[in-house]
Design a protein around this ligand. Sequence first.
Ligand SMILES: NC(=O)C1=CN([C@@H]2O[C@H](COP(=O)(O)OP(=O)(O)OC[C@H]3O[C@@H](n4cnc5c(N)ncnc54)[C@H](O)[C@@H]3O)[C@@H](O)[C@H]2O)C=CC1
Ligand SMILES: O=C(O)C(=O)COP(=O)(O)O
Length: 389
Amino acid sequence: MYKIRTLDNISQDGLKLLNSNYNITESDNDADGILLRSFKMHDMDLSPSVKIIARAGAGVNNIPIERYSEEGVVVCNTPGANANAVKELVVLGLLLSSRRVVEGIKWVRTVKDDKDVSKLVEKEKSKFAGQELTGKKLGVIGLGAIGVMVSNIAISLGMEVYGYDPFISIESAWGLSCDVQRVLNLDQIMTECDYITLHVPLIEQTKNLMNKEKFALSKNGIRLLNFARGGLVNHNDLKEAIQNGQVHSYVTDFPDCDLLNMDNVINIPHLGASTYESEENCAKMAVSQTRDYLENGNIINSVNYPDCFMGMSQSKGRIAINHKNIPNMLGQISSILANQNINIADMLNKSKGDYAYTLIDVDSDINGNVTEPIKAIEGVLRVRVIKKD
Ligand SMILES: NC(=O)C1=CN([C@@H]2O[C@H](COP(=O)(O)OP(=O)(O)OC[C@H]3O[C@@H](n4cnc5c(N)ncnc54)[C@H](O)[C@@H]3O)[C@@H](O)[C@H]2O)C=CC1
Ligand SMILES: O=C(O)C(=O)COP(=O)(O)O
């Protein structure tokens, strides 16, 4: 029986995929796997029972990945599962920053008791005139699952799209419309574009990516959209850029006290991924990845350990070892197996950065004579025996 802890609301359609071998636990002390969305885990010490953390979503800046990696815990996310939902909200963001609909709706509420609303509307509507998207230049920073979709839909809206991503994946490059213009440095996006939208992860290198220096390069009156993370934008610098007219409007999915009452800031309460479809997609992926890891040792969409897939074990037993990516690990593991006269039927060893994973199918039962010496190897972080059903 496996125990799963949920730290956020996870779609029931996903949780339904947990079969009768699974229980949801309320306790922090006995979970095998954790499912979460944006819950901040930085202050959370994990119980040694936890083997996998699945983020039903894309961003993993709410998880202390390095610390958990050292504990041999696999952290995975669900790439692309909520991208369409975010793309659609970005389209709304482009429109909200162009057409003064928000102010218009607020104003209409103030005149709702007026006897001749329609006459008043026609008289006052010029106050809320805006601009069109067609023909404007859009800079897309980050061309991953979301950035590609946003770029492509902006092309169909008639925008001129400039894309910047020095680390673009082959898959994203294939998915990107050939009408998107490739930009090799961020400054070009700043100088060329009327609209800029951010789709990069929040990591050390992207913190305050939008700052005083960047705003100083921009045209007057740009529209900045942030559906990625608040920390990508330096809020003090943004305030100044709004005050001096460089930024006409800022549409963000990450409201912050500093900006709540500012005109020209449209705050959305982190709704990018909040559609039934996206919540279901993310939860289903997160649950199935969690199950595959717990039941078969397969790693899918991990952000800290290498992806490894050997299907279901057809052998007598399977042993899964999370370890540091250092020399002679395989040599030491296989000699322990050899000493116990255990034959290796199949094996996979892969690494990702400082960490590695070894999955071995063996033709004999695995017991403490094997697992204890493997655990004692320097650099081994976790050893798990997975039995065939
Ligand atoms: N508002 C919301 O509800 C949601 C927000 N997000 C945020 O959006 C971010 C992006 O999501 P996805 O597109 O699904 O992720 P992704 O991993 O598919 O794409 C991220 C892209 O950013 C690029 N990148 C990384 N560092 C860069 C840099 N310094 N400059 C330019 N490009 C860089 C990567 O090469 C990659 O192509 C997430 O990390 C998350 O923070 C994601 C989903 C929902
Ligand atoms: O997937 C992401 O990165 C998101 O920001 C979505 O967050 P949520 O699952 O809506 O709490």
